[in-house]
Design a protein around this ligand. Structure first.
Ligand SMILES: [Zn+2]
Length: 375
């Protein structure tokens, strides 16, 4: 199905931020990201090129995209600080603090055991990639100015920020084509793409009336629902309809954070990690999915630092900082990224597309490895 909307942002993106979206060879994928940034500031060109030359091995396309599946999961507003450092003792009451493991490595594994055992574990056979530990120089950022959820999900799924149309979470129907919509038009994928979300706003972000996507978003009264219900709905659909592309957007982490409930935020993140473990175990038990499915896990924005952890937005430093977990047959098992690199959230739609053998965004030229995007 063709989208109802013209794509007002597409032409502008092709000349600016769009340069970072170009889905070339995935080995060049990350090089393109640095080039996109440097197009606006040539002084950064050499530095970013050097950073990307040192980037860890990156996901490569599956050999047979005809049978490939992708599951994309987002954990709304989960900070890289907790993903890579676990619970921050300073944010917890003293009675809980005393029960925390002593080291950050133990705390992060206690909080997110699936990510740390199965994506960044010791065994290569149980390992993918985990990017975004800024303490090690691995950086992933959004480029939208608001650092809010709707603009963040649009950037993640369409490949570019849209600061002209999507200013905040009250934005109307999304005018931008997403990679999910593109997948839903592709031969072999049409009708086999679905999205389940805790947040009702995905009814606007994914614009099902135009995109034709199956979108199960929030409660019928328009409010957010429990992540557990989102997971139950997604799991049932996965078993029944066997989609080739599944997007699951959890959201209780962000809600708990905005309320200032650090323990609740941690509990929601831990629950989402448990759902990921169940999801991955199910996928590996099914012939359609085993060995043919890429799992991508990320977030839509970061949050403030230290005492400002609970909020996020344009003026709060740290709000644009994100992370990515990737696991599957096309993902090199390098574990936690430990070398300096700079990537952007708007690259992930292209990553989804490459896993499926799609050309998205279709208008973008494909550049050779190592070439600057401004050539
Ligand atoms: Zn929020």
């Amino acid at each position: 199905m063709k989208s109802c909307f013209a794509k007002p942002g597409r032409a502008a993106r092709a000349g600016g931020f769009g340069a970072t979206l170009l889905p070339g060879l995935l080995a060049a994928f990350w090089l393109l990201a640095a080039g996109g940034a440097s197009a606006q500031n040539p002084a950064q060109n050499t530095q970013q090129a050097a950073q990307n030359a040192a980037s860890p091995t990156l996901p490569t396309p599956l050999a047979s995209p005809d049978s490939a599946n992708v599951v994309l999961v987002t954990l709304d507003g989960v900070r890289w600080q907790e993903v890579f450092g676990g619970a921050d003792p300073a944010r917890l009451p003293r009675r809980l603090r005393a029960r925390l493991p002593a080291t950050a490595a133990a705390r992060r594994r206690a909080l997110l055991p699936f990510l740390w055992d199965s994506v960044a574990g010791r065994e290569p056979s149980r390992r993918g990639q985990l990017l975004g530990n800024r303490a090690l120089g691995s950086r992933l950022d959004v480029r939208n100015r608001s650092r809010l959820s709707y603009p963040g999900y649009n950037e993640l799924l369409s490949g570019a920020p849209d600061d002209a149309h999507l200013l905040n979470n009250r934005a109307p129907l999304n005018p931008n084509e997403t990679v999910l919509e593109a997948a839903n038009r592709a031969p072999g994928l049409a009708g086999r793409v679905a999205a389940f979300s805790t947040w009702a706003a995905f009814g606007r972000i994914l614009n099902p009336a135009c995109s034709g996507l199956l979108v199960d978003a929030g409660r019928p009264d328009g409010h957010e629902r429990a992540d557990s219900l989102t997971w139950l709905a997604a799991r049932a659909y996965l078993a029944r309809a066997r989609p080739r592309v599944l997007f699951v957007a959890f959201g209780n982490t962000d809600t708990e954070a905005h309320l200032g409930h650090y323990a609740g935020y941690l509990a929601a993140a831990h629950a989402a990690d448990r759902y990921l473990a169940q999801l991955w175990a199910y996928l590996q038990s099914q012939p359609q999915y085993r060995g043919r499915t890429t799992l991508l896990v990320t977030t839509d924005h970061g949050r403030g630092r230290s005492w400002a952890w609970s909020q996020h937005g344009r003026w709060l430093p740290g709000s644009g900082q994100t992370w990515l977990a990737a696991l599957g047959p096309g993902i090199a098992p390098t574990g936690e990224a430990g070398a300096p690199s700079q990537h952007f959230q708007g690259e992930l739609d292209g990553l989804v597309a490459r896993c499926l053998g799609l050309d998205f965004p279709a208008a973008a030229p494909v550049l050779a490895v190592g070439k600057s995007v401004i050539e």
